[in-house]
Design a binder for this molecule. Structure first.
Ligand SMILES: [Zn+2]
Length: 133
């Protein structure tokens, strides 16, 4: 897709100076790509803009998920130890390990009713850790 006639970009742009937004003009750049019948410079290429927006949306989603994770983790740690939530955060890995070990232990023995109740709770917590809700 060459631009042999040195077509100008089709996009309308708005100058930055005061009242500029009232007086749009055509982008002065020489176009590099043709989309349907219109020519665009690299910056105003609709495909480029679409890809840029999609990338931005994906980045926001990742950032939002990270913030929600941090907030939820913080809330849970505060709930367990309001005076030292960081200590709880530091022990999460150990808590997970002990739950897995306890579950393994109970998997090999004949259980009392109370023990089977405990195993149900451990299974629920381990399932929660794996995700799904
Ligand atoms: Zn342009």
């Amino acid at each position: 897709m060459e631009n042999p006639n040195k077509e100008q970009c089709s996009e309308k742009v708005y100058p930055h100076e005061a009242w500029g937004s009232l007086y749009p003009h055509r982008c002065p750049r020489i176009a590099v790509v043709q989309r349907n019948d219109d020519w665009y410079c690299k910056v105003h290429d609709p495909e480029y803009i679409k890809a840029k927006d999609a990338k931005q949306t994906a980045e926001w989603e990742v950032k939002g998920k990270k913030q929600r994770t941090e907030f939820t983790a913080y809330q849970q740690c505060i709930k367990i130890n309001p005076n030292n939530p960081l200590a709880v955060a530091g022990a999460i890995g150990d808590m997970h390990e002990i739950l897995k070990k306890a579950r393994q232990h109970f998997g090999h023995i004949i259980m009392t009713y109370e023990e089977s109740q405990l195993v149900s709770i451990i299974d629920e917590v381990l399932a929660k850790i794996k995700g799904g809700n």
